[in-house]
Design a protein around this ligand. Structure first.
Ligand SMILES: O=P(O)(O)OC[C@H]1O[C@H](O[C@H]2O[C@H](CO)[C@@H](O)[C@H](O)[C@H]2O)[C@H](O)[C@@H](O)[C@@H]1O
Length: 374
């Protein structure tokens, strides 16, 4: 999509749910005074409007018009041997992060690992009811332990408060609404200003809040008659779930959502796992959120930090792409089937994610002084 005009943000806005926090409402070159003199790879960031893609471009597969373009399953013939061959070819291209663990830690020698974790499908298994996507106590312990050694952020499409309710770990950073709602405590923030002592919120889509409330209502109304359809308000974006809708009605759901969006030209549609996601047309995604966090937490020097992002969804591709293009870390795709991806490695399930996190912990525990530059 082509870039539109740059967007200057409105004045500082209090967040009703966030006590003792400052909302960072910055102009378009919004990154707090970056020092690019060291040639860090993750440097300039800005927020722009983008043109809205057409419905068929977004949900082509769902509408039967054309295949979805990114992170779609690579089609393969259905004989068992073809599937095995396709899987082997994929694993060659995208090796298991567990099998390649030694390689991964070799490139982390002398560096700090910054971990970015998607939530649904990565830390919790995909379930039919989004309200019941609980994380196991074992997974929570693994994340808690790894966060002792590696700065760890959850980057989710969910409402930030909701994903915190699931994860329940105060020591992590949280980016909700696909990165449009980032909370950073000032102790960790790069900019030492008079706001020190307060947590900081970065909400690049804050002006869209009333519009999201309105579109949420319209989407609930529009899909009311579709059995199994479920609309979830994620604060700066809205999810329309069709996982529990009869397959013959999937196209209808997409068309109803598209009809609603005709009245909201400043909102666009993206797709996830059996979900249509309505979000502002700003050029901001999980990739931008990762860059923002790396810079804000002073983790943007590739000489001393290795970022690793683990996710399962199409929206995680934006983060994989940032790490690949900037050559400053690894994306790990969680998937049981071959997919097109910008990730470097793969894991097959949340339980393999847990195994990977536990391996990181064991590695750090075995030789903390050698592995950690601090
Ligand atoms: O970025 P994420 O943390 O992966 O969030 C993406 C969406 O995840 C949730 O939906 C997905 O998980 C549900 C529970 O397993 C499943 O029922 C649904 O079909 C999946 O799409 C969440 O409910 C959405 O709001 C997030 O946008």
């Amino acid at each position: 999509a082509a870039s539109g005009p740059r967007h200057a943000y409105a004045a500082v806005m209090p967040d009703p749910v966030a006590k003792s926090q400052t909302v960072l409402a910055l102009p378009s070159n919004m990154v707090p005074s970056l020092d690019t003199s060291k040639g860090h790879h993750c440097s300039s960031l800005s927020v722009t409007y983008i043109n809205r893609p057409k419905l068929v471009e977004v949900v082509g597969g769902l509408l039967g018009v054309r295949k979805l373009s990114s992170t779609c399953a690579i089609p393969y013939k259905h004989s068992a041997s073809d599937e095995v061959a396709a899987n082997n070819a994929w694993l060659e291209k995208l090796p298991s992060a567990l099998a390649s663990f030694d390689q991964i830690i070799a490139s982390a020698q002398g560096k700090k690992i910054a971990l970015f974790l998607d939530y649904d499908g990565t830390l919790s298994p995909i379930v039919n009811d989004p309200e019941k996507a609980f994380m196991s106590p074992e997974m929570r312990a693994a994340v808690k332990n790894v966060a002792k050694f590696c700065p760890t952020a959850i980057v989710s499409g969910r409402f930030r408060d909701k994903v915190f309710e699931f994860v329940k770990l105060k020591e992590l950073y949280y980016a909700g609404s696909h990165g449009m709602d980032i909370l950073i405590s000032s102790a960790d923030s790069k900019s030492k200003t008079k706001d020190d002592g307060q947590a900081k919120l970065f909400q690049p889509a804050s002006e869209f809040l009333p519009m999201i409330i309105e579109v949420n209502k319209s989407l609930v109304e529009a899909t009311r008659s579709i059995k199994g359809a479920n609309v979830e308000n994620n604060k700066f974006c809205v999810s329309v779930h069709y996982r529990n809708v009869d397959k013959k009605d999937w196209k209808l759901v997409a068309q109803l959502v598209d009809n609603v969006l005709k009245d909201f030209p400043r909102l666009k549609l993206t797709t996830g796992r059996k979900v249509l996601e309505v979000r502002p047309v700003i050029d901001w995604d999980k990739g931008k959120a990762v860059e923002f966090l790396l810079q804000s937490l002073r983790l943007d020097d590739p000489e001393s930090v290795l970022p690793i992002y683990i996710g399962d969804d199409r929206t995680d591709e934006d983060a994989f792409k940032v790490l690949r293009e900037r050559n400053c870390g690894y994306g790990i795709l969680v998937s049981q089937v071959p997919k097109e991806t910008e990730a470097f490695y793969s894991l097959t399930s949340p339980s393999e994610v847990m195994e990977f996190l536990n391996s990181l912990v064991r590695w750090k525990e075995q030789s903390p002084r050698i592995n950690d530059e601090e």
